[in-house]
Design a protein. Sequence first.
Length: 273
Amino acid sequence: MRIDSADLTDIQPAEYRADMVILLLHGSPVLGIVLEMQLSNDEDKRYVWPVYVANLRARIRCPVCLLVLTAEENVARWAGKPIELGGGNRFVPWVLSLSGVPEITDEERAKEDPELAVLSAMAHARHPDPAKSARIALLAQMVSLGLDAERSRLYCDLVLHSLPEAARRALQAMDASKYQYQSEFARRYYGQGKADGVAEGKAAGVAEGKAAGVAEGKVAGIAEIVLKQLTTRFGALSPAVTSQVQSASAVDLDRIAQRVLTAQTLDEALGPR
């Protein structure tokens, strides 16, 4: 045993920099979250992580935790082990791994939290059942289409590019049309098209006119949905493309709607002309 210096000031302080710090506020900070992305085991982190938390706690004067995000289950197990500080004190990081992300298969839950649906699609992209990965991915893409254009494009591409080949083939083989009308924006456009068709049919004053008006209104409503999908995925459309979609048959619109979620380019989504 020896007596050491009681001065704990680091004369040449090391730079401690976390990946991100998030503060939860209620007027003033009520919780600090130190966020660390961890790709592999690193024993040095088990010494610096408690320093991150202690320094942030001293700075913001409220409770602080450390959250480790990792895609590897073995890293998650390593990161979640308690860190013995001595004297009966221990530091325990919070860990979020891909296995901790729920499988979002319910549309209502996906619409309430589109970001979680997208994260779920990415986390379970390599599920042993490619068809299940494809169903989760399709739902995430569909709810993303109801968001603003920038997020929609980003989320759809993130989901698509996270899928391995087997799940991507399963997604391409799915009948996306049966999912379209579940989303809020699709119901709105589809319902408006149908209503317009009924109105046109009534104005004609004959049963044949009504039937024709309903059919035309449905096609017009579906065309509006497809145009929104194409715009979301590929940006502003030219007048020629808009005209092509608006004049397409119901069968062709259905085929475009099925291709738009997996197509890499606008031409691929539109298909043969």
